[in-house]
Design a protein. Structure first.
Ligand SMILES: Nc1nc2c(ncn2[C@@H]2O[C@H](COP(=O)(O)OP(=O)(O)OP(=O)(O)O)[C@@H](O)[C@H]2O)c(=O)[nH]1
Ligand code: SF4
Ligand SMILES: [Mg+2]
Lengths: 383, 601
């Protein structure tokens, strides 16, 4: 049951209204107006550059990520989607997702995005509790979030939203209640992330100073258990470590990553993976928005990294990504990519510890228990 | 043929307790005689190994030739040997002393006489050295030169009235040191017309020049092209080049009596160069060889195994090269069920072990596993045979053992008296027997007999910590004494790990077992399952800890932009795993085998 992973286009909008204290994404705050037309032209240029290297591929998904793409004007979105359509054929069922922040939602703009072709929205709700939203440095409150959800549901065929758990002092009971409330809001997809303390963020400094205490691994495991069981009970099992969907409602674009398919990444700090004659290429573009613009205008693209991955690297990436999925990885494909077999002894050990299971001999996947310690499982298999 | 005084030469070693400033004094002597150009000068220039510079200690003795124009208008050739201060490298000191007629005894004027000061003085006296006391660090506000002079007289019995007062750091008094070397140390003697007789003091491997041999010429001369013979090993070589160290090699025509210099001779066999051997002319050998050096006596043994079995041959050749450089470490092949082929190696102490392991890893790019260190035990078996046990894993069945004897040492500890109580307790806890306790001013000197296996792994660290760094310590082996010793095995996840088994005194078994289990619990990373860690004597478990299972270890977010970063993290994890060894289903980090023996008390 090896699915075609599809072919996706990722578009990075690198600006936010304010920087959240836990965030280590490539997002920047600008106090002057952003010249969106100029950015749209640069996106078009970079898309054309990648298109020349991926002729004949059919696009199955497009994803606007950020930053806060819902700060884009509908015209900008429309222009970019136009460029995509000019360069590639789009599949009949193409999924076009966009990340949006509740604070920047306006009905007018939502309708504009929809008209431009966006058919799925992913809202950064993060919490359903005002106090914790403030702690997370979010610009919206619960009411605003609920209105945004309502509006999104009216406008788009598909809706997902994000929540962050394992916040300081969060009890399993409180999390279960919050999660049940979220599920009742009738999204077909939920991304539920454990709060992680990333380097070079304000939260990191607070954490170092002992002023921010997050749940230890044992408590975090309890919260993850609540996450899995609550979503399972409501018919939204984890199809990936942190992503839950009703069957059929999985995010096609993110599946491209996890199934280790090909994707083009355009915009500041975007990554891509493109299969060519001698294996997969890893591309990455300039992070800093204005520098990226200049690079694109001067040379037709903003790439600062473009390297062919070794077989070992491809094998590793396939495991890192693929084992995050409930469907697991295909052994034959792993062998093709990496040029080696998974060590049967390590595999057998992991199976005996109940971390991994073999499915019909052609695939392996992490078990539910394995999901809790997946990084260790991957390290074992890749070693 | 007559022996003459070689009045233009002085050979001397700089000896002192660790950190009293030997290498810094060497710097100043090198500098003020213009031996090294100012722009090439750096601090502790003779500490040339990375590992010496990083740790700020001298590991290997270094020789340098200085030319000094003295106040009497004459020019002198001075051969300086800077020696290490740490007790584990005492063998370097003893060889250096044998090549010289005198010593500069450096004493830190703020700290005074320490255990190693004493040990070095005794060694220098054994070598009939003239000793010039040098009080260093007089620039420090805490320096008390008068009190320390008195202490030198009281404790060592050396006349300190003419001690040279210096600051090696600021350069104060360096001229006086040079004058004292020339006027107070005796010149060497030798016969230039006799046949060659030279002492092999040291050897090392140079990447460009191959094997280099440091010699002290006793009689005759050593020239390029000369065919020489090593009297003990019988090896014969043609000399390629001779020279002196400045500290770079300065090629010379010949080396004459009284000189300390080096030669190369395309030496291939590491075993051919043995420190202490006598080198002579092959055609006209001298009648009598020099007495040679007492061989170094390794006191700690451990197995060293390559992490990757394919590196075994590389490890063998690396050991050969390092052994050439360091005659005090020994090795022989060993096999282990869990670790494959490796070597059982002997060292002068735990620091020595760590340094050798680190040098093998760095200089030869090897990844190694060291098994739990052990001292050497003697055993009488019931069938009348006597054996030496270097590896606890080889211990015979208890019913076949009549008696086990363990090595004992005599340890001298010097300490400010406020720490005396804690130190006596430490020695007592380690089965020590007090031999002597005396005072010099407010400093106490305690002498204890202790079993080596209670001392060798962590005694020095513990001593430093209970005395806030103020106590110093020296020891020498005395004898073997019968003891109620048992083998304690360590079981990780219910499987015995041979590389962790140790011999312990029955009275200490429980404490050591508990400490080892606790330590291992910290050292072994959490696995996906819980891991019992047990210490056992025979079938009886005497201590137990449980390392709980890893409960959560998964990256929350991982999308297209994260693959590269995650892959790089995975690379690091894979590197880390390479430094672990699999025992059953458990991966044990490489450093655990040594660290597990260090107790926190
Ligand atoms: N203030 C002061 N510090 C000094 C003086 N001489 C040496 N030191 C410092 O003392 C420390 C030890 O100096 P070294 O010369 O490395 O001592 P050592 O005796 O060679 O040490 P080992 O070789 O490890 O036994 C260094 O930090 C020196 O800078 C001095 O005259 N005055
Ligand atoms: S809105 Fe999203 S991208 Fe922007 S700062 Fe907050 S978390 Fe980061
Ligand atoms: Mg030194």
């Amino acid at each position: 049951m090896t699915q075609d992973p599809g072919f996706g286009i990722y578009i990075h909008w690198p600006f936010c209204a304010a920087k959240c204290p836990y965030c280590d994404f490539n997002s920047h705050v600008r106090h002057q107006a952003i010249d969106q037309e100029r950015f749209a032209r640069a996106f078009a240029t970079e898309l054309a550059h990648f298109a020349s290297q991926t002729r004949g591929r059919e696009v199955t998904s497009i994803f606007f990520g950020g930053g806060t793409p819902s700060l884009m004007k509908p015209q900008t979105v429309e222009a970019i989607l136009g460029s995509v359509a000019k360069n590639w054929t789009l599949s009949d069922t193409v999924e076009i997702s966009m990340e949006a922040n509740p604070s920047s939602v306006e009905a007018e703009r939502f309708r504009g995005y929809r008209a431009a072709g966006v058919n799925r929205v992913s809202l950064g709700v993060q919490a359903l509790n005002d106090e914790e939203l403030r702690f997370l440095g979010r610009l919206h409150d619960v009411d605003t979030a609920l209105r945004a959800i309502e509006m999104a549901r009216e406008t788009f065929p598909r809706l997902s939203f994000d929540l962050i758990y394992a916040r300081p002092g969060q009890s399993p009971e409180a999390w279960r209640a919050e999660l049940e409330r979220a599920i009742a809001l009738a999204a077909d997809h939920l991304s539920l992330y454990q709060l992680t303390i990333e380097h070079d963020t304000p939260f990191f400094k607070l954490h170092e100073a002992g002023k921010l205490v997050v749940p230890d691994p044992d408590a975090a495991a309890d919260l993850y258990e609540v996450t899995l069981s609550t979503c399972e009970a409501h018919g939204m099992p984890a199809y990936e470590i942190s992503n839950h969907a009703a069957p059929g409602a999985e995010c096609q674009h993110n599946l491209v990553y996890w199934r280790y398919g090909d994707y083009v990444g355009v915009g500041p700090g975007a990554h891509g993976r493109l299969t060519g004659g001698n294996g997969k290429r890893a591309t990455a573009t300039e992070l800093y928005p204005e520098t990226w613009l200049q690079k694109v205008e001067a040379q037709g693209h903003g790439m600062i990294e473009d390297q062919v991955l070794t077989m070992e690297e491809q094998g590793d990436e396939y495991l890192i990504m693929g084992l995050r999925l409930a469907e697991g990885v295909d052994l034959a494909r792993y062998e093709r990519l990496s040029g080696r077999r998974l060590d049967p002894r390590r595999l057998a050990d992991l199976v005996s510890h109940g971390m991994v299971e073999r499915m019909d001999g052609t695939r392996v996947r992490a078990t539910r228990d394995g999901f809790f310690v997946l990084d260790a499982v991957v390290a074992d298999l890749a070693a | 043929m007559t022996t003459q005084k070689l009045d233009h030469i002085r050979n001397f070693s700089i000896v002192a307790h660790i950190d009293h400033g030997k290498s810094t004094l060497a710097d100043r002597l090198i500098q003020s005689t213009g031996t090294v150009a100012a722009r090439e000068m750096k601090e502790q220039v003779l500490d040339s190994m990375d590992i010496e510079r990083e740790r700020g200690i001298t590991i290997k003795a270094q020789t340098v030739r200085l030319i000094y124009n003295a106040k009497d208008g004459k020019q002198y050739f001075l051969n300086l040997i800077d020696t290490p201060g740490h007790v584990d490298f005492a063998y370097e000191v003893s060889r250096s002393l044998a090549a010289c007629e005198g010593s500069l005894l450096v004493v830190d004027a703020s700290q005074g006489v320490e255990a190693q000061t004493l040990a070095n003085v005794y060694q220098a006296l054994d070598n009939d050295h003239e000793i010039v006391p040098v009080l260093n660090k007089i620039d420090l506000p805490a320096a008390e030169p008068d009190r320390i002079k008195q202490q030198i007289e009281d404790v060592i019995g050396l006349d300190a009235s003419d001690a040279v007062m210096i600051s090696a750091k600021t350069g104060l008094g360096i001229e006086d040191v040079l004058e004292a070397i020339v006027h107070r140390l005796p010149p060497p003697e030798g016969d230039p017309d006799a046949t060659l007789k030279a002492m092999l003091v040291d050897s090392w491997y140079d990447a460009y020049l191959g094997v280099m041999v440091l010699v002290r010429i006793i009689d005759g001369s050593l020239k390029k092209g000369q065919r020489i013979r090593m009297m003990r090993t019988g090896a014969v070589y043609d000399v390629d080049r001779v020279g002196v160290m400045t500290p770079k090699l300065l090629v010379k025509e010949e080396l004459l009596p009284g000189e300390i210099g080096v030669f190369t001779a395309s030496i291939k066999e590491v075993a051919d160069t043995r420190v202490g051997d006598t080198i002579t002319d092959d055609r006209k050998p001298c009648a009598q060889a020099l007495p040679g050096f007492k061989p170094a006596q390794p006191v700690v043994f451990c197995g060293l195994f390559p992490v990757d079995a394919a590196d075994f041959e590389d490890l063998r050749s690396a050991m050969g090269k390092l052994r050439l450089n360091d005659a005090s470490f020994s090795f022989e092949m060993e096999t282990s069920a869990a670790l494959g082929f490796g070597f059982r190696c002997g060292f002068l102490g735990l620091l020595h072990l760590e340094i050798i392991q680190e040098r093998l890893e760095r200089e030869f790019d090897l990844d190694l596993i060291a098994t739990a260190p052990s001292v050497v035990y003697e055993m009488s078996l019931t069938d009348g045979t006597e054996i030496e046990l270097h590896n606890p894993a080889d211990m015979p069945d208890v019913v076949k053992i009549e008696e086990i004897r363990e090595p004992w040492i005599r340890a001298t500890v010097m300490t400010p008296d406020e720490y005396l109580g804690a130190i006596l307790k430490l020695c007592q806890d380690r089965r020590g027997i007090q031999v002597d306790l005396s005072y010099v001013g407010s400093r106490a000197m305690v002498v204890y007999d202790l079993p080596l296996n209670e001392v060798v792994f962590d005694f020095y660290d513990r001593l430093k910590s209970v005395s806030k760094g103020y106590a110093s310590f020296d020891y020498h082996l005395t004898d073997y004494r019968a003891g109620d010793l048992v083998r304690m095995s360590i079981l990780v996840n219910d499987e015995p790990v041979d590389a962790l088994s140790v011999l312990v005194h029955r009275s200490q078994a429980e404490r050591r077992g508990r400490a080892m289990c606790e330590k291992l619990k910290e050292l072994i990373p959490r696995h996906m399952f819980k891991i019992p860690i047990q210490a056992a004597i025979g079938a009886k478990v005497i201590a137990r800890e449980t390392l709980s299972a890893l409960r959560k270890d998964v990256t929350a977010k991982c999308y297209g932009g994260d693959a590269t970063r995650k892959r790089k993290l995975l690379d690091k994890q894979k590197e880390g795993k390479k430094r672990m060894r699999q025992f059953g289903k458990v991966e044990i980090p490489q450093e655990a085998f040594i660290q597990a023996l260090k107790m926190e008390d």
